[in-house]
Design a protein around this ligand. Structure first.
Ligand SMILES: Nc1ncnc2c1ncn2[C@@H]1O[C@H](COP(=O)(O)OP(=O)(O)OP(=O)(O)O)[C@@H](O)[C@H]1O
Ligand SMILES: [Mg+2]
Length: 327
């Protein structure tokens, strides 16, 4: 559904050049739900604007929904939906009119435009607001209107740039449900950016991690989490913690073993499968364990280790990182 090779974009602003996207390659299969994640300024929006033909690449090539990005931008536009990061509604026009106009731009009949508009407005909780000028909507309502506008023509491929930023938890959950449903019912392909790692984790089949204009990792949420850090195991022992550390160090795949007071921490590729062996090993050395905990890494751990930055805005480090430092 999407194939991109060596896609790059450079901006020149007052004599200064910025390489916003530095030659990226990736593929998205039909029906896939792919998350494009990265810190602020990584080049996500720039990539989306190239894929939606709003911005010409400086270098590289690609096909989107079967149409060539460079030679058939019209074809691309007809087949996709796009919800921009900043939104794109006219402040003065009425919500219902805006939805209908958008649908008709894509060639739907008036009746069909109304039918789909009403259904989407209902699903994204905008019903009853059709007569209101867009400028009177709250931030979250306006964001939901942006999303309706991007989806009303039921495109086979949709690009969503931070669709849920500014939405309350209830509205986020509604949108997730809606995206999942459209994929199930229509086999729609979705390419989205988000700063919410729980969202990427819950929603995406696959994640592309980008930083500084390049793709730095790719995989399912589970693969990314397993590849980076492994599961963290925390064992509290009654005494002889140093000896316990030596015992667990010999477990298959164990690494990053640390001891603080009576607590031993380690990382292993799969915590649940190592646990029985760990218990037997400590037992055979007659070391008494008082508690044991297995934590799966979060996507935020993945980000920290890949980009050195937490994905969450304005946060220098995740709580996990601070805990490590404190220890
Ligand atoms: N029109 C432009 N002119 C000059 N520089 C630009 C322009 N658009 C984007 N940039 C720069 O390109 C880089 C990538 O920007 P982009 O908007 O793609 O990042 P992003 O990953 O979407 O970030 P965010 O998470 O904040 O939305 C940034 O350094 C940005 O300042
Ligand atoms: Mg952006």
């Amino acid at each position: 559904m999407i194939t991109v090779r060596g896609l790059a974009r450079q901006f020149t602003l007052r004599g200064r050049t910025v390489d916003a996207v530095k030659g990226i390659d990736f593929d998205v299969a039909a029906g896939e739900l792919v998350g494009f994640l990265g810190p602020n300024g990584a080049g996500k929006t720039t990539t989306l604007r190239m894929l939606t033909t709003l911005l010409r690449p400086t270098r590289g090539s690609g096909t989107v929904a079967g149409c060539d990005l460079l030679t058939d931008p019209q074809g691309v536009r007809r087949k996709i939906g796009y919800v921009a990061q900043g939104g794109s509604t006219w402040p003065e026009s009425k919500v219902g009119e805006e939805i209908e106009l958008q649908a008709r731009l894509y060639g739907l009949s008036r009746a069909e435009a109304r039918r789909r508009g009403a259904l989407l407005a209902e699903r994204l909780d905008l019903a009853g607001l059709e007569q209101r000028p867009a400028k009177t909507l709250s931030g979250g309502q306006r964001r939901r209107l942006d999303i309706v506008l991007g989806l009303v023509h039921e495109p086979q491929l949709v690009f969503l740039d931070e669709p849920t930023s500014g939405l309350d938890p209830q509205s986020r959950a509604n949108l997730w449900d809606h995206v999942r449903r459209m994929r199930a019912e229509q086999g729609m392909t979705v390419f989205l950016t988000t700063h919410y790692l729980d969202e990427a984790d819950a929603l995406c089949d696959r994640i592309l991690v980008t930083d500084d204009g390049k793709i730095v990792a790719e995989g399912t949420p589970d693969e990314l989490k397993a590849g980076v850090a492994g599961d963290a195991i925390t064992v509290d022992v009654a005494d002889r913690a140093a000896e316990a550390a030596e015992v667990v160090r010999r477990l298959p795949g164990a690494h990053d073993v640390t001891v603080v007071a009576e607590t031993v921490r380690l990382r292993v590729p799969r915590g649940d499968s190592v646990l029985p062996e760990l218990l037997r090993a400590l037992d055979s050395h007659r070391i008494t364990m008082t508690s044991v905990k297995v934590n799966r890494p979060t996507l935020d751990d993945v980000f920290l280790s890949l980009t050195g930055r937490s994905l969450r805005d304005g946060e220098a480090a995740s709580p996990a990182m601070e805990a490590t430092h404190a220890a």
